[in-house]
Each structure stands twice: as C-alpha cells, then as structure tokens.
Design a protein around this ligand. Structure first.
Ligand SMILES: C[S@@+](CC[C@H](N)C(=O)[O-])C[C@H]1O[C@@H](n2cnc3c(N)ncnc32)[C@H](O)[C@@H]1O
Length: 169
C-alpha cells in the first residue's frame, strides 16, 4: 500500500504494523464493530504511520470520491452484509490509478467442494460473525467495475484463499 490508504474492516488492527512509513502517508481505517475498534485503538498508537479510526461500514464510506491511493481489505468481504455495494464504494473512493489490495477466502472452484461450502455456510455464518464460506467474491468485485491485475491462490479445500490486486475498470 502507498500514499493515502483506506483499510476496510480493520478488526483489531493486526495489519497496522505492516504499513511502511516510507510509502504510506496515513491510513483511514474503518470498522463497524465497537469492540474491535477498542482493540484497534491499542494498535493504532503503536503504528509507525498515522492511523485514523472510523466506525463505519464499507457500504457507506464517509469519504469523498477519488481520495485514496490504495485500499486494503483482508478477510472482510466474507462477512460484509452487502458486498456489491461495498466494492462499489471502494471503487468510488479510489483515485483513477488507485489500487485495491485484497486477501479473501472464496467459493471453491470444484463443484463438489462448493456444494459442501453451500451446505455449511448457514451454520458457519451464525457461529463466525456472518462469515460466508461460499462467496464468489471476485465475481462480485468484477461486476462492481474493478479489474483483477494480479492474483495468487493459496489454500485449498473448503477455504481457498486469494491474494489479489485490482484497479478501477
Ligand atoms: C475476520 S475479521 C478480519 C479483520 C482484519 N481485517 C484482519 O485481517 O485481521 C472481519 C472484519 O470485517 C468487519 N466487517 C464486517 N462487516 C463489515 C462491513 N460491512 N464493513 C466493514 N467491515 C466489516 C468485521 O467487523 C471484522 O472486524
């Protein structure tokens, strides 16, 4: 990430330590859950770059259009209530040359494994903060007008993980 950075669904702030002060001016970190925000506050003060915390959802970002150089989301879109709206908001606030950096677990490519994800998701989302194992998150991202420019696949089975860079279409 570089420049003015948006972090979506910052959780307890685990990513804050990884922002490089030589590249990043400041981070606007959003998180809807007040309990998570309290943990994030502790990591905010230890960070090498300025971090501003906001209680907000990705579906309604409290920032003007074209204001960020990078947006970061790690393991967030599995639990967002309205992912299509969330990606549309990220697209709105990214500058024309801005970069989205995403780590997500996604719907399995194998139909058998995807069916198993469909079966387990109603249970998992109740126990794990609305986490959906069966979301085709990269399809949703593309439909929202973002384009994947690099993709690394990690993990397999029920939790295939992708590490993705995307830009505005
Ligand atoms: C599995 S945690 C990941 C936290 C952090 N990104 C990390 O990698 O450690 C998912 C986070 O997404 C947040 N979240 C859920 N719905 C959201 C939404 N609509 N907008 C922004 N964040 C959301 C949750 O509150 C939670 O903190």
């Amino acid at each position: 990430a570089q420049g003015h950075v948006l972090e979506v669904g910052a959780g307890t702030g685990l990513n804050f330590a990884y922002y490089d002060p030589r590249q990043v001016e400041c981070v606007e970190a959003i998180e809807p859950d007040p309990a998570m925000l309290r943990y994030a506050q502790r990591r905010q003060v230890q960070s090498a770059v300025p971090i501003h915390l906001h209680q907000a959802r990705v579906e309604e970002l409290p920032f003007p259009a074209a204001s960020f150089d990078s947006a970061v989301a790690t393991l967030v879109f599995c639990s967002v209530e309205e992912p299509a709206r969330g990606f549309a908001e990220i697209r709105r606030v990214l500058k024309p040359e801005g970069l989205l950096l995403l780590v997500e677990h996604i719907r399995a490519a194998s139909p058998r494994m995807a069916r198993l994800q469909d079966l387990l998701t109603p249970l998992v989302k109740r126990c794990a903060g609305n986490c959906h194992w069966n979301r085709a998150t990269l399809v949703t991202l593309t439909k929202a007008g973002l384009r994947v420019i690099s993709r690394r696949d990690e993990g397999r089975g029920l939790l295939p993980l992708v590490i993705v860079q995307a830009v505005k279409e």
